[in-house]
Design a protein around this ligand. Structure first.
Ligand code: TXA
Ligand code: MG
Length: 330
């Protein structure tokens, strides 16, 4: 990508515009983190509820001093080892960080991405960039520029095309607000690697009813087609005659006539599976299937985040779903 284009993108951010850009995890939809008007446009473009705070992206440790009041020792050790990379940390915020960015919370989520275009963009903009994933709220995150174009193309000022995202899953989010660090969202940095550096991390139960991190909402990261992840293998007959797709991990032994089979990693590699997951779900989602059956993957390393996304994608819309929760937020 030309330095000129990144320079122009930085200018757009400084002028209050919105730029979609690649990171190593997924594509982000970025605006000047200190410009509430620009940030408001990001919410509008995504149709994102205002209770859902954004991650602030930085290119240099020094920018942290504008965002967080204090970086506890565990957080510092973790970011020294893992930044730039697929790790977001949540800390108490400086007052000047706009409330819109943090959804009125006293905390801010910060991450230093590991992608030359993302880092280049933040540097050119000369300021931290607030960015959610570049998808309509609740849908699967984009891992290519085409995914962004298809859904938000006419609504953003510029899309920087950096090809496919290497990790393919959103960052792991860890908060440092309590005595012990807490995992808010499993993601592109495996929990095992984090615990090897800072010891035990508290895990939040998957089913939360308050959006401390709306990525934790029961239904999220979801395609339009219903996904079934558990209990289907022994009841395949009930799906006969229906347009059914399979999201397979390594391959399939099933003799069932699936309409389409997406294979995440023929050699059974969880990193490869993670990188392919969202694109595979999108491919299945445009086939007008009645249902997508998904195989489970081992819940270790990146498998934890893969299963987390599959579970949320498979949740049916229920009464206490996102919009309902939105209504209950004081
Ligand atoms: O990999 C990623 O994290 C990507 C790339 C673009 O950086 N971004 C991303 O953003 O996934 P988004 O907005 O789709 O997900 C951010 C998650 C949301 O679940 C949000 O609730 C949570 O981070 N979050 C943001 N600020 C928070 C805070 N102060 N406390 C708790 N959770 C927070
Ligand atoms: Mg998102």
């Amino acid at each position: 990508m030309s330095a000129d284009l990144i320079h122009r993108a930085g200018e757009i951010i400084r002028q209050g515009g919105v730029v979609a850009f690649p990171t190593e995890t997924v594509y982000g939809l970025g605006a000047d983190a200190f410009n509430p008007f620009a940030v408001a446009r990001v919410f509008e473009i995504k149709d994102r509820p205002h209770f859902d705070p954004l991650i602030v992206h930085i290119s240099d440790f020094r920018e942290m001093s504008r965002l967080a009041v204090d970086v506890p020792p565990d957080a510092e050790r973790l970011i020294t080892r893992c930044w730039p990379g697929p790790l977001t940390i949540v800390l108490f915020k400086k007052e000047e960080v706009p409330d819109l960015v943090t959804a009125g919370l006293p905390t801010v989520a910060v991450r230093m991405p590991k992608h030359p275009i993302a880092i280049g963009l933040i540097r050119e903009a000369g300021r931290p960039i607030a960015a959610p994933s570049a998808n309509p709220f609740g849908y699967v995150s984009p891992t290519t520029a085409d995914h962004v174009r298809e859904q938000l193309g006419d609504r953003v000022d510029l899309i920087l095309d950096g090809g496919s995202c290497e990790v393919g899953l959103e960052s792991t989010i860890v908060s440092f607000l309590e005595e012990r660090p807490r995992l808010l969202r499993p993601g592109g940095l495996p929990l095992e690697e984090i615990e090897a550096i800072i010891g035990k991390v508290e895990a939040t139960a998957v089913e939360v009813t308050s959006p401390a991190s709306p990525g934790q909402l029961p239904r999220h990261y979801a395609p339009k087609t219903p996904i079934v992840i558990e209990g289907w293998e022994n009841h395949l007959q009930t799906y006969r005659g229906k347009r059914v797709g399979l999201l397979a991990y390594k391959g399939t032994k099933a003799s069932f006539p699936f309409h389409h089979v997406g294979i995440l990693s023929p050699r059974g590699d969880l990193r490869e599976a993670a990188a392919n997951l969202f694109a595979a779900i999108r491919r299945l989602d445009v086939l007008h299937l009645e249902m997508i059956l998904a195989e489970t993957v081992p819940e270790e390393g990146l498998g934890r985040a893969i299963m987390d996304r599959l579970r949320r994608a498979s949740k049916r819309l229920e009464v206490n779903d996102t919009r309902e929760i939105q209504g209950r937020i004081p």
